[in-house]
Ligand binder design. Structure first.
Ligand code: TEU
Ligand code: CA
Length: 586
């Protein structure tokens, strides 16, 4: 198998279009806004642009509810705007990756409108319809006890009054699940892929792609959350019996005919052999996946995602090591990411986002991500060290359906229970998807330059934009002793490419398994060997983890680099709070 592939070496930048850049003053970012910022992205070192959904959509889940796969939502522009954007992307030697959301459609999609019109509709079987269950008292119940994913206390089934059946809607009632058992559905999906590949897209990020095959008996899930009526059913709807068959068919029918990049978003997958069946070099189902281990690190095990669980750096090392091994030992491939539109900001989550430490933490995470094996994904604003929304914001500032449902349910379940409700607020503040969805902070003008001064952004701009914004970082000192977060990312990405044989393709090994503060590893190939040491704590650490390893020279770090020459190259190394170092071992 050919080891070197363009989609392994590329840096992918994710755009969440609503919050990227607004050109017409309606408060929503748009496609022309993406085109306007292409030079900014090219300059940063981006190769591939992944755009979250821009298709026609009622926006019940911010475009992850698609009403027409072959048209653009007027909020974002027109197909002509997309064609122009593609032309400009290609002119700069970059590529476009579309978001493929085909586990479900919008309830406004023509297929579903037809499907729900009658039990004899020719599209009835395109979705998952089931008869209700009745208990001894004659009360109607959903076919099983699965909980909905974006409104966790509710059922995953939605009742349809007209045809007197339930349909499966794993995310929200506005997102009915497609029935992949039906070959006509699969072939319609293949047509969607072809449509975008022919239009100039170079690949897809595939939304919850491991949910497309469900256990056909639709059994009840085990009761694990006693206080809840509905339970996590992922055992029966994730990584289902026909997943690999469907992915192989997609490869054979469509993908094999083009030179593409594919990444499958795969929640609920722990088993390494299962991952290898998808991303193994021989299997070739998908190029890579988004595994959830690192972003689930602070979830209460077995509980829903909006929960808080303490974690430590040893957990983080274990997770990263496990996923790196799939690449360096088993010829699989994977993605590197700490952020996306579903997760809080990484500097707030894994480091310290106070004014004192924000930049240091953001650079620490950059140093880590630019030196690990895998295809690197950067989320908009991550290159600026953007942080979570302020604690002072009330629940009314949260626009995400998941946050809204969570807050509503918390109030229903615990009315006027201040303790429970302040915990719910804290969970939202730390974990809500809204944290990543505030507009990108371009400069210090009103609304952070995201839209014109007189407009109202669809979501409130983070109050910190006077100090955290792109213009300030681009203007700041270019000396390597005082790099902005942006400049640090730009340099890190360039260094990764320059030494791709080691950082993209090289071997990986933990240098220090034990330390409770420091994550350190070695990357090497036949010619070069590098060491990375990352202090994931706000403390000064007398670090002994180098063991017998001898560093030839420390070459980069997130503190003033003029001091690198004085750092010890063996034995005990003192690491300051959130300090990260990159060294050559020869
Ligand atoms: O996310 C699916 C997913 O499993 C999550 O990351 C989800 O946000 C989380 O579990 C909620 O607790 C994808 C999209 O990225 C997300 O934005 C959509 O809402 C979802 O699918 C439905 O399309
Ligand atoms: Ca707009």
């Amino acid at each position: 198998v050919e080891k070197h592939r363009w989609w392994k070496e590329s840096v992918v930048y994710q755009i969440y279009p609503a919050s990227f850049f607004d050109t017409n003053g309606d408060g929503w970012g748009d496609v022309p806004g993406i085109t306007k910022k292409l030079d900014y992205l090219k300059d940063l070192g981006v190769d591939i642009i992944w755009v979250s959904p821009i298709y026609k959509s009622p926006q019940a889940d911010m475009g992850y509810d698609i009403a027409d796969y072959e048209d653009i939502d007027p909020l974002y522009g027109t197909l002509a705007d997309v064609d122009h954007m593609i032309k400009e992307i290609k002119a700069r030697g970059m590529k476009l990756m579309m978001d493929l959301v085909v586990n479900h459609t919008s309830d406004q999609h023509a297929w579903f409108v037809d499907s729900r019109s009658s039990t004899t509709s020719s599209k009835r079987d395109w979705y998952i319809w089931k008869k209700p269950k009745f208990d001894a008292d004659g009360n109607r119940h959903p076919p099983n006890n699965w909980a909905m994913l974006l409104g966790e206390a509710n059922s995953a089934w939605t009742w349809d009054e007209k045809t007197q059946e339930y349909y499966l809607s794993l995310f929200t009632p506005e997102q009915p699940d497609l029935n992949w058992e039906n070959p006509a559905v699969r072939s319609a999906v293949h047509d969607v892929l072809r449509f975008w590949l022919e239009r100039g897209a170079s690949g897809f990020r595939m939304d919850v792609i491991n949910l497309i095959s469900k256990v056909q008996s639709y059994p009840d899930a085990e009761v694990v959350l006693k206080s809840h009526k509905y339970q996590p059913g992922d055992k029966f709807f994730a990584n289902g019996p026909r997943l690999h068959e469907y992915l192989q068919e997609m490869r054979k029918e469509v993908l094999s005919k083009y030179d593409t990049i594919t990444v499958g978003e795969m929640p609920f997958v722990r088993d390494e052999d299962e991952i290898m069946r998808v991303v193994g070099a021989e299997s070739g189902e998908l190029n890579m996946i988004f595994a959830f281990d690192l972003v689930d690190i602070d979830n209460v095990p077995g509980d829903f995602k909006l929960s808080l669980h303490p974690w430590n750096i040893r957990d983080m090392k274990k997770i990263i090591n496990r996923l790196q091994r799939l690449m360096v030992e088993r010829e699989g491939w994977n993605s590197i990411f700490c952020e996306n539109h579903d997760q809080p900001r990484s500097v707030s989550r894994y480091c310290d986002d106070s004014d004192e430490w924000r930049e240091m933490g953001a650079k620490l995470l950059c140093l880590m991500q630019t030196t690990l094996a895998g295809t690197l994904y950067v989320y908009q604003g991550e290159e600026l060290g953007m942080r979570n929304v302020p604690e002072s914001w009330g629940p009314e500032e949260y626009k995400d359906i998941e946050s809204i449902n969570f807050w509503k349910k918390s109030n229903e379940m615990y009315p006027s229970n201040t303790e429970k409700l302040s915990l719910a607020r804290k969970i939202l503040q730390r974990k809500a998807r809204d944290n990543a969805r505030t507009p990108v902070q371009w400069d210090s003008s009103p609304h952070a330059g995201f839209t014109i001064a007189t407009a109202t952004p669809w979501m409130r701009v983070n109050d910190d934009y006077h100090s955290v914004n792109a213009a300030a970082q681009l203007a700041s000192s270019k000396s390597s002793n005082d790099l902005s977060v942006h400049a640090f990312w730009k340099r890190g990405m360039a260094n990764r490419k320059k030494h791709k044989d080691v950082f993209v393709y090289g071997d990986f090994e933990l240098v220090d398994v034990e330390s409770e503060h420091v994550f350190s590893y070695r990357r090497w190939n036949g010619k070069e060997s590098w060491v990375v040491a990352l202090n994931f704590s706000g403390e000064n650490v007398e670090w002994e983890g180098l063991g017998g390893l001898k560093v030839q020279k420390w070459v980069a770090g997130n503190y003033d680099e003029s001091g690198l020459g004085e750092k010890p190259t063996s034995g005990i190394v003192e690491l300051r709070p959130w300090e990260g170092l990159l060294g050559i071992c020869g």
